[in-house]
Structures are given as C-alpha cells and as structure tokens.
Design a protein around this ligand. Structure first.
Ligand code: ATP
Ligand code: MG
Length: 210
C-alpha cells in the first residue's frame, strides 16, 4: 500500500523505520513492533535507504534488492508497510528529506522516527539534525553495546526530542549476517526464511568483503 496518497491516512501516529536494511533482520522487525505497541503507533513505514551517504562497502546490495527483502520480511504484519521514497530518490538519502515528504503528504499526522540507540546517538552528526527533530519524535530502541543514559544528555541538549524504550536486546546486526553469508555460515533464524531464500537465490554477499 502506498503510504503517501490516501487522504484517510493523512492523520494518526506514524512510525518511520529507516535503515540500510542490508539485509533486514529480526532486530529491525522486533524494534518496529515493540515501538508500535509501546507508543502506540497506527502503523510503521519501513524506508530502505537508497544511497546511504555514510555507508560504503563492496558487498552492499542494490537499493532494489534491499527494498525487495524489506517487502518480503514485513509480509503478514498488517501494521507494517514499506515505502519506495528513498529507493526512487536520486542522490544521497537524507532522513530530513524523507520526513519532510511524509510531513507534506500527511500534515495532520504525528511522526515517530524509530531508531536503535547507536543510530539515535549519531543523529547530531546527520544532515540538518535540528530540522529532523522539529519534524518528529525519535523513538529509541535499546541496542547491545550502547548505553542508554546518553539519551538523557541528548534530551537535555536538544529539548526532549527522544523517547527511550526499555526493550529486550536483540544482538543481531546486518554486518554480522553479511559476514556469515560471505563465509558460508548459516543465517537462518537471524532474518525471516523468505529473506534467507532471497539472499541465496540472488547470491547476495558472496565473494565480497562486507
Ligand atoms: P549494519 O550492520 O549494516 O549497520 P544494522 O543491523 O545496524 O546494519 P541498519 O540498517 O544500519 O542495520 O539499522 C537500521 C536501524 O535499525 C537503525 O536505527 C539501527 O539502530 C536499528 N537496528 C538495527 N539492528 C538493531 C537491533 N539488533 N536492535 C535494535 N535496533 C536495531
Ligand atoms: Mg547500522
């Protein structure tokens, strides 16, 4: 379903889950579902990045493959959808542009950007961070290895823009999945079977350093 063109959908509480999703995995899916239930949100839109400005490595899957894997992974959850907004955009994918487009398409909606703690702590280094924080509330999900207390400092500095959730820790990263695939190790149960099958069929992450 297209998140951008339905008048009825111009309102509500919308979660935006951005990421490279190279590949999408259970850490992402768990984070999105936890945030949806906790905030609560009417729906969560997954936004696979087109050309991420800060990430470059040889084995990166193309934007279409990452979009396809995201679509497959969210199937079956009626609250989840996927957007092509960054897949179709030329040039670098900036979160501020994506949020501005959502805001323009859904002026009455409250936007919640769902991020892991690692990404949340990095937001001050993103393009136009203050504009980002004026467009949304950042919902922060715990991530192994990152200390949540730092969010309080960000809130003190940036005016209570972050809501930290007490989530279980899911110690899965896409980097780990790519490295395992590269060395021929099993990735089953780190990401849905449909994504494992897609990676195998398309021979993603094989033969190139992650
Ligand atoms: P990579 O290892 O390539 O950086 P990743 O697993 O970190 O991949 P991203 O696409 O970079 O995945 O992350 C997208 C968003 O999902 C970020 O906000 C990130 O913090 C969050 N996220 C990723 N994995 C987890 C996890 N296991 N638990 C909670 N949040 C996560
Ligand atoms: Mg990451």
């Amino acid at each position: 379903m297209n998140a951008m063109d339905d008048g009825e959908r111009g309102k509500g509480r919308i979660g935006v889950m951005g990421g490279t999703f190279d590949p999408i995995h259970y850490g992402h899916l768990f984070a999105a579902e936890f945030a949806r239930a906790a905030i609560p949100l009417d729906r969560v839109v997954f936004v696979p990045s087109g050309s991420p400005p800060h990430k470059k490595y040889p084995s990166m899957a193309g934007a279409e493959d990452r979009y396809a894997m995201t679509s497959l992974a969210i199937r079956g959850n009626p609250f989840f959808e996927v957007s092509r907004i960054e897949t179709d955009r030329r040039g670098p994918s900036y979160t501020v542009d994506t949020l501005s487009m959502f805001r323009g398409a859904m002026p009455g909606a409250a936007l919640f950007l769902i991020t892991g703690l690692d990404a949340a702590l990095d937001i001050p280094n993103w393009y136009e961070p203050l504009e980002i924080l004026s467009l949304c509330t950042v919902v922060v999900v715990a991530r192994p290895g990152y200390v949540r207390d730092k969010i309080n400092k960000l809130n003190e500095a940036l005016g209570d823009s972050f809501v930290a959730l007490d989530t279980e820790l899911i110690d899965i990263s896409a980097t780990e999945i790519r490295n395992r695939a590269l060395s021929g190790k099993c990735i089953r149960y780190m990401t849905p079977d449909v994504v494992c099958d897609y990676i195998t069929q398309k021979k993603l992450y094989s033969g190139m350093e992650a």
